[in-house]
Design a protein around this ligand. Structure first.
Ligand code: ADP
Ligand code: MG
Length: 384
């Protein structure tokens, strides 16, 4: 509530009218990493950290947008959507997505701010794009479905932020369900709701506070390695159109043709797709321990085979592994090279573990990590 109040107060002070309020959550992903752009299954959930938008029509073709958190305002014409390199790009990308669909959007006044840490792998950028897209859709009565909004938000990341991301983050931010994860089929773009009951466990995120500058390049490189694998396998068997169509047996049979690097990347992805379906079944049965074991497997696959981890993430997961009795699962989450680890931890051990991590992480990396306890929340919604 405090967030909604301060963002709307800032809007009313600047624009003197009553805004539409929209709230857009960040997300976690239980399992299924680097799988969305390979048309597999993923298991994300929206969380109770969100971005709040106060928005109204400007009545002309200029947009006046203000970041409450960065205390920075920008004004631009809806006819000139190419900007500098900041957060404005995401908003412009969304508007461009509407225009390209021939939809009648005009200028907006908007103030936004939130409590999703920036660049920590909780998809503050997807919340920014999805919340803004949802709000623009409402204001101009465009009647786009949530799936179309997710595609526009993804387009903004691709074309205006240079990240060739899959659709998981946007989908989770829009479709999230309180107390549940979504088993999302990234080929069909449909999902099943998987209720999550972690019993006596909590979801603890530990933020390494690192973000390597090469993260976006490395992400795009991994995606290319997967596409290269598909190209090679498609030549041999035209029914292979994505790694979703490939088994580990096929990968081993074609190891030489794929070459070492492409083989190892593709193998990780195909194994991760299997883990996700297995993991969803375990969560459905409330088998938290077995599910946690899969998370550890995912982590070391991401670290050693997909090579998207970093020293800080590996350090945090190793610390968790020492206390497996209480931390049933731990893994890096998101694109990699920084951001958060996701830990499923016994409630009674949260405080003890935080102290242990704080002490050891500080001693090793000379900086303090951040801790976020999160709950699973609904997707983008109109606020009040
Ligand atoms: P993530 O999505 O994991 O949080 P990204 O690097 O993809 O990290 O997105 C972070 C970017 O999104 C920021 O650099 C900024 O441009 C934009 N952003 C996110 N949250 C905010 C915010 N509260 N205010 C302004 N810009 C934001
Ligand atoms: Mg992002």
């Amino acid at each position: 509530m405090a967030l909604v109040s301060s963002v709307s107060l800032s809007f009313v002070t600047q624009f003197k009218t009553k805004p539409l309020i929209v709230c857009a959550p960040g997300r976690i992903n239980f399992i299924g990493e680097h799988v969305d752009y390979n048309e597999g299954f993923v298991l994300p959930a929206a969380i109770d950290r969100e971005m709040v938008f106060a928005i109204g029509k400007s009545g002309h073709d200029r947009c006046n947008v203000y970041s409450h958190d960065l205390e920075e305002g920008v004004s631009f014409s809806i006819h000139d959507l190419n900007s500098g390199e900041t957060w404005v790009n995401y908003l412009m990308g969304v508007l461009d997505g509407f225009e390209r669909r021939g939809l009648p959007v005009h200028g907006v006044d908007c103030v936004f701010g939130g409590n999703i840490p920036l660049g920590a792998g909780l998809s503050s950028s997807a919340a920014l794009c999805c919340g803004f897209a949802f709000a623009v859709n409402q204001l101009f009565k465009c009647k786009l479905s949530k799936l179309e909004l997710a595609k526009i938000a993804q387009y903004a990341e691709h074309e205006f932020a240079g990240l060739q991301c899959g659709i998981m983050d946007q989908y989770a931010s829009l479709f999230g369900v309180k107390g549940a994860a979504l088993l999302l089929d990234c080929r069909a773009l449909t999902h099943e709701v998987v209720p999550v009951d972690l019993k006596e466990h909590s979801i603890l995120l530990i933020d390494t506070k690192v973000k390597h500058s090469l993260a976006a390049t490395a992400y795009n490189d991994r995606r290319e390695a997967c596409e290269e694998g598909v190209r090679i396998l498609h030549k041999k068997n035209p029914s292979v159109n994505s790694l979703r169509d490939v088994s580990t047996t096929v990968l081993y049979e074609n190891q030489d043709a794929l070459g070492d690097e492409v083989f190892i990347r593709c193998l990780f992805v195909v194994e991760e797709m299997k883990r996700t379906q297995l993991g969803a079944g375990m969560l459905r049965k409330n088998d938290v321990k077995a599910f946690g074991e899969l998370m550890y497997q995912t982590h070391w696959g991401l670290s050693q085979s997909y090579e998207v981890s970093c020293a800080e993430l590996d350090f945090l997961v190793s610390l968790a592994e020492e206390d497996k009795k209480w931390i049933v699962g731990s893994r890096m989450m998101g694109g990699g090279f920084g951001g958060c680890t996701l830990n499923i931890i016994d409630n009674s051990y949260v405080k003890v573990f935080q102290e242990k991590v704080l002490h050891q992480y500080l001693a090793t990396f000379k900086k303090e990590p951040d801790f976020y306890l999160v709950n699973l929340a609904d997707g983008v919604r109109i606020g009040s």
